[in-house]
Design a protein around this ligand. Structure first.
Ligand code: AMP
Ligand code: MG
Length: 427
């Protein structure tokens, strides 16, 4: 979000006389273009429309959280050579019984091979990570020895072949798979690739996303709201959700409910890989997004999904840009981002696992689903117990802000206190 071209909140000349304002000249749209479809159907439609962006090679330093676009296999074993797991003495186990005195014939530090070899009755002073001398088959840890001039006294009770030796290839063999397509590059996976000497990796491109908030009633945080105005909470929330999904927020702009301005803003926004619009997708006369999308020759693939909150959700495209219209109520925007937009953006960037992390939980109270739509309840997850938190209406952001998880309750379902449920983690 830092490097976003943030053109937030240029307060536009508003409340122009009705005669010159095309806002109110738009005829109300009828609902005949798209029928309400199920959540599953909507997600399937979106995911079948959204193609992966072309893959790109990035240095490992830039690859954190990106998605592997190719498979990668080990070319060197790990460890690459037999080495000591301890500071101590490399020995032959058969000659290193308790109280044996072994002759120290040399020293083998880490990072250099001295090509030492030892015989029965001999020892080599050795350090963690140093290559094992040939002929040695065990290491006695320093704490179990006593150094006496050029001899070492073994105080360990028993030394067996292989003690404290890290065998070549024991962790990873040549040819073993390091990465599958779609794997997310986490800190440890980057460490693994680096351990193979790999400098760069082929990953899915990072999607560039525009966030457009709409609404005459919105004031930017920091502005003085006029009577009847509320502060915009979706702009920052959606940009943050987008950034957490791993995309680049390339543009963030607010647009009043003025048709021409909205068309121009959406045209600009559609230069990105995806646009996320907040508000203006419902059925009122001031909901101009569908009309504006048609005006800029975007296709609307679906509008209105049977899900609560989030029914007015819209999905479409213009050329290679995918367009997501989210209801303006903050909880609806949040939930529809997570269940529809996030998986689509992840798929664009080459991910295969598109779902939110899940957890099993025990419901602490009874809960009833909506009559017709799956209902996402927001709740707190503590000690594997889920408790709905705050008001559950679509504008109620306070409870959402304290929630850890969403519980999807099927239409008409009644879940009793103590039920085992699976919740979706939202952090
Ligand atoms: P809309 O989807 O544009 O009809 O908006 C539905 C409700 O969400 C209205 O009460 C709006 O005031 C509110 N709303 C729309 N956009 C935002 C936003 N960016 N931040 C907070 N509330 C919003
Ligand atoms: Mg609105």
């Amino acid at each position: 979000m830092r490097n976003a071209d943030c053109e937030l909140w240029r307060r536009s000349p508003r409340r122009a006389p009705k005669s010159s304002n095309r806002r109110l000249t738009q005829a109300p749209l009828h609902h005949d273009c798209c029928v309400v479809i199920s959540e599953e159907e909507a997600r399937a439609k979106i995911l079948s429309a959204v193609a992966s962006l072309p893959a790109t090679e990035v240095s490992l330093a830039d690859a954190l959280d990106r998605f592997a676009a190719t498979e990668l296999f080990a070319t060197i074993p790990l460890p690459p050579f037999d080495n000591s797991a301890m500071d101590g003495y490399a020995v032959r186990a058969e000659s290193a019984g308790k109280n044996a005195r072994l002759k120290i014939i040399g020293e083998q530090p880490a990072g250099v091979s001295k090509n030492l070899s030892l015989l029965r009755g001999e020892a080599v002073r050795i350090f963690t990570g140093a290559p094992m001398p040939s002929g040695a088959d065990a290491v006695v840890m320093q704490e179990e020895t006593k150094h006496e001039d050029d001899l070492v006294l073994i105080e360990a009770e028993k030394i067996s072949v292989g003690d404290f030796v890290r065998k070549a290839g024991a962790d990873l063999a040549v040819g073993q798979q390091l990465l599958k397509r779609g794997d997310q590059l986490r800190p440890a996976s980057l460490g693994l690739l680096a351990s193979q000497g790999i400098e760069s990796v082929c990953v899915g491109a990072q999607a560039a996303v525009a966030i457009v908030t709409t609404g005459d009633e919105l004031a930017a945080p920091g502005q003085q709201p006029r009577a009847g105005e509320i502060f915009d909470s979706n702009g920052l929330m959606l940009a943050s959700l987008a950034a957490k999904t791993g995309v680049k927020v390339a543009m963030q702009r607010h647009c009043p409910d003025i048709f021409d301005t909205l068309c121009r803003t959406l045209l600009d926004a559609a230069q990105q890989d995806a646009v996320v619009i907040s508000g203006g997708v419902s059925v009122g006369e001031h909901d101009l997004v569908r009309k504006a999308l048609r005006e800029i020759s975007a296709e609307i693939d679906l509008w209105r999904v049977a899900v609560k909150p989030g029914k007015p959700f819209l999905f479409g495209k213009r050329d290679r840009c995918f367009i997501f219209g989210l209801p303006g109520n903050p909880v609806s925007a949040f939930v529809t981002f997570l269940i529809f937009v996030r998986p689509a953006l992840l798929q664009m960037m080459g991910a295969i696992d598109l779902g939110l992390a899940r957890a099993n939980a025990r419901l602490t109270h009874e809960i009833g689903g909506d009559e017709t739509r799956p209902h996402y309840f927001r709740g707190e997850l503590a000690d594997a117990a889920f408790t709905v938190i705050g008001r559950q209406e679509s504008h109620a952001i306070f409870g959402l802000a304290r929630a850890d998880a969403l519980l999807r309750v099927r239409p008409k379902a009644r879940l009793s206190a103590g039920s085992e449920v699976e919740v979706l983690l939202i952090h």
